[in-house]
Design a protein around this ligand. Structure first.
Ligand code: OSB
Ligand code: MG
Length: 367
């Protein structure tokens, strides 16, 4: 197959509520969408690059530039045997995984549509539904936080993750543990701590499922030192950009769980490599979220159908984020806190092209 054309689009989507982490607050999402024309068949992808370079060095601007000036020229006019080959083709560009993922995942969608199979099946997924959790941002008070947790549990979500930062850690965790003694609870620090910070060790008292990415975004070594001092498993997010990072983290004991994000690792192929390595090492994985629109969310759901995605991920219902999503149907979560893998071809949800057009702030067509 050949990619005849790609369209880059920036859409703006306002979150229902601001999402606050240790690195900042997000309200209006700027989202880079990519749609590819693969021999006349459309494929859709989303770059999860943020508005700011505070989670990773990539932003909407860098992803756009790398796609236009470096990734598109690599694939333009080339015969591609399978979406599985795109990742290797893009390897000459170092890093910029979120830009790569937008393109790579779009080709997977197109290939699945062409073969008339759900993307989950094409990827080798075995699950019919996936377990879901929620990620709850930093809240103005413990009372508000508790109410948000209550609401998510009432909706059926299987685990609760809260964001923490220095000064907002032990207290909210203690409050939630007292109120919900048996709930599956975890925290995500987004690299806000240093190895010597005492609050991390104090979190061992609360039987958390895991502590996600407490230390430096590129510092596997310090996580290995920290994990030796903690009972609670460490889960790495920011540190894992490819399968060799995952290997280094597992072999040095820097984590016992890995969060896989399509954007951070560069697409479905590298995600599957990490998934397979983790399975071989008996390390469970789960799918992280980046406040995606329905397109990125649909790709997350397809990826999460792989066997070793055994822990509830951060992939939640569209209605937790948006007044109206850009896919049809929207992503819904069952009373049991699961999402059923769609059975329609490709990502399994239809992009609402008219709505996407009306949200588009800028566009560039590359032929
Ligand atoms: O670290 O998992 C993270 C959102 C933006 C950037 C980083 C992270 C997150 C989340 C949100 O936790 C997960 C979601 O999409 O609900
Ligand atoms: Mg995280």
């Amino acid at each position: 197959m050949r990619i005849r054309k790609i369209t880059l689009r920036e859409i703006h989507l306002r979150l229902l509520a601001p999402f606050e982490t240790s690195f900042g607050k997000s309200e209006l999402r700027r989202i880079l969408l990519l749609d590819a024309d693969v021999d006349g068949i459309p494929g859709w992808g989303e770059s999860t690059a943020g508005e700011t370079p505070f989670y990773s060095y990539e932003t909407v601007e860098t992803a756009w530039l790398i796609l236009r000036d470096y990734l598109w020229p690599i694939v333009r006019g080339r015969e591609i045997a399978s979406a599985a080959d795109v990742w290797e083709m893009l390897a000459p560009v170092r890093g910029h995984n979120m830009a790569k993922a937008a393109l790579e995942t779009a080709v997977w969608d197109a290939e699945a549509r062409r073969k008339n199979v759900p993307l989950a099946k094409l990827l080798g997924g075995t699950r019919e539904e996936i377990p879901c959790g929620v990620s709850i941002g930093i809240q103005p008070s413990i009372a508000v936080l508790t109410a948000k947790v209550e609401e998510a549990l009432a909706a059926g979500y299987q685990r609760i993750k809260i964001k923490i930062k220095p000064g907002y850690d032990e207290e909210p965790v203690r409050a939630l543990r007292e109120r919900f003694p048996r709930v599956r609870l975890m925290v995500d620090a987004n690299s806000a701590y240093r190895l010597e910070d005492a609050p991390l060790k104090r979190l061992d008292a609360f039987h958390l499922m895991m502590i996600e990415q407490p230390l430096g975004w590129d510092d596997i070594y310090s996580h290995a030192r920290l994990q030796r001092q903690l009972e609670t498993p460490i889960c790495l997010d920011e540190c894992i950009h490819d399968v060799e990072h995952a290997r280094a983290a597992i072999e040095t004991g820097a984590c016992r769980i890995i969060n896989i994000k399509l954007g951070r690792v560069g697409g479905h192929m590298p995600a599957r490599q990490i998934h397979d390595l983790c399975r071989a090492k008996s390390v469970p994985v789960w799918c992280g979220g980046m406040l995606e629109s329905g397109i990125g969310r649909a790709h997350n759901i397809a990826m999460s159908s792989l066997e070793n995605f055994s822990l509830p991920g951060d992939v939640a219902a569209s209605a937790r984020y948006w007044a109206e999503d850009i896919i049809q149907p929207e992503v819904e979560v069952t009373r049991q806190g699961t999402i059923r893998i769609p059975t329609a071809p490709g990502i399994g949800y239809e992009p609402r092209v008219d709505r996407i057009e009306s949200l588009t702030q800028r566009r560039e067509v590359l032929e």
